[in-house]
Design a protein around this ligand. Structure first.
Ligand code: SF4
Length: 395
């Protein structure tokens, strides 16, 4: 099989990206086997290994190796949390081509929540057993840092027990530039207001030849990584994401993962890697297709194998739907995200998964995958391990 060249026609191996800087990788089945064997021996995978794995002709074999590597770290435990998304505003100064969520001031559908509305959402979340609010939004042209600290204080004063995971590196960069402050100064003020950790949004694809095509006015990939580096050095943990399934090629995906891996080597500050499947409605990229299950599962599996210094890989049901998200629990994922309750960003972009998942359903999705549900905090401390299926129905 050594000389057979693999051909995965569903994968974006070529794209209208203009200049590419990555080496061309000659993909063979033998090279796929070499990469899988290295992973099983615990050796770090190279860029070429990652690209080869994307062209693996055997999805089940790839998944089995990723499943084994996840098993060694997490056994049969699958994490979830009870959380609530609050997107304070969709009014945004930027116009990223893939974004269906943002609106300009005065445009139909533009909104900005009042503090009373945010307090109400936080109160309802706390009463329903949430442990976290996840807050990200647009770059409101008139909001200052004091608006953001005030939003966090509103949540913490309403429900002190809620962990506030808030504001992407893109929002932090915007605030720092507006206020003429360093990222560390902005983070210090937000933390004093009650910020607990950072979400992973805004990463998209770091590789410049893709990023320039999908969000050229946004913070660069290096800038995103620098902000998370600063947060980690200040003792704030964060998540990281990768938006895939638009115009990027697999080389850009592997490059993205390797940049995350390098920062994790440096700081150990990431909680989890979250691949985000592109949602195709209402965007300016002209893409009208959803990702398919094979690509979703390969991306989870390869994320597990490439990111050897991450314990947690998330299968985010909002992006892939509950069926693929559940199947991914056999392809290296050990986290399903949470109850969410009011997901706007993917929903406005055409997500077919809905805006919420009840805790009882999360338990069933995990249990039916022959895994053990473990409710976690935002930073992955176990809150409750659901050993006994008989207890599930009372949720
Ligand atoms: S992705 Fe974020 S920064 Fe870009 S337009 Fe949408 S809300 Fe604004």
């Amino acid at each position: 099989m050594e000389s057979v060249t693999c051909n995965s026609s569903h994968l974006p191996t070529t794209s209208p990206l203009g200049e590419r800087t990555h080496p061309q990788v000659q993909v063979t089945y033998g090279a796929v086997q070499t990469a899988l064997s290295k992973a099983l021996r615990g050796e770090r995978l190279s860029f070429e290994d990652g690209v080869n794995l994307y062209h693996s002709p055997d999805l089940v074999e790839l998944g089995a190796v990723a499943n084994e590597m996840n098993n060694r770290k997490n056994g049969r435990d699958v994490f979830f949390n009870v959380n609530r998304h609050i997107n304070p505003t969709n009014i945004c100064a930027l116009s990223c081509k893939f974004c269906a969520f943002s609106r300009k001031p005065g445009e139909e559908g533009a909104y900005a929540y009042s503090e009373d509305e945010i307090a109400h959402k936080a109160r309802v979340a706390a009463e329903s057993g949430a442990t976290e609010v996840h807050m990200v939004g647009g770059l409101h042209p008139r909001w200052k840092l004091s608006n953001y600290t005030s939003i966090i204080r509103t949540v913490k004063e309403t429900a002190p027990q809620l962990h506030v995971k808030a504001f992407t590196a893109v929002e932090l960069d915007w605030l720092a530039r507006k206020e003429r402050k360093t990222i560390a100064e902005v983070l210090t003020e937000l933390r004093e207001a009650g910020l607990g950790s950072l979400p992973g949004g805004g990463a998209e694809i770091f590789t410049p030849y893709v990023r320039e095509k999908i969000c050229d006015t946004k913070l660069t990939g290096d800038g995103w990584l620098d902000i998370h580096r600063t947060a980690h050095r200040m003792g704030l943990r964060s998540n990281c994401t990768m938006l895939y399934g638009h115009i990027e090629d697999v080389e850009a995906r592997i490059d993205h993962m390797m940049r995350l891996r390098a920062l994790q080597d440096e700081t150990s500050g990431f909680n989890v890697f979250i691949p985000l499947a592109f949602q195709p409605e209402n965007n300016e990229l002209g893409i009208t297709r959803h990702t398919y299950g094979v690509d979703d599962l390969k991306t989870i599996a390869i994320g597990r194998l490439m990111l050897d210094n991450f314990r947690h890989i998330k299968s985010y049901w909002v992006m892939t739907g509950d069926r693929v998200a559940q199947t991914a629990l056999h392809f290296g994922a050990n986290d399903l995200d949470g109850t969410v309750v009011e997901e706007k960003i993917a929903n406005m972009a055409g997500s077919r998964a809905g805006m919420a998942m009840a805790k009882s359903k999360i338990l069933r999705v995990i249990r039916d995958a022959d895994r053990i549900p473990v409710e976690r905090s935002t930073v992955y401390e176990p809150i409750r391990r659901y050993e006994n299926p008989a207890e599930d129905i009372i949720q």
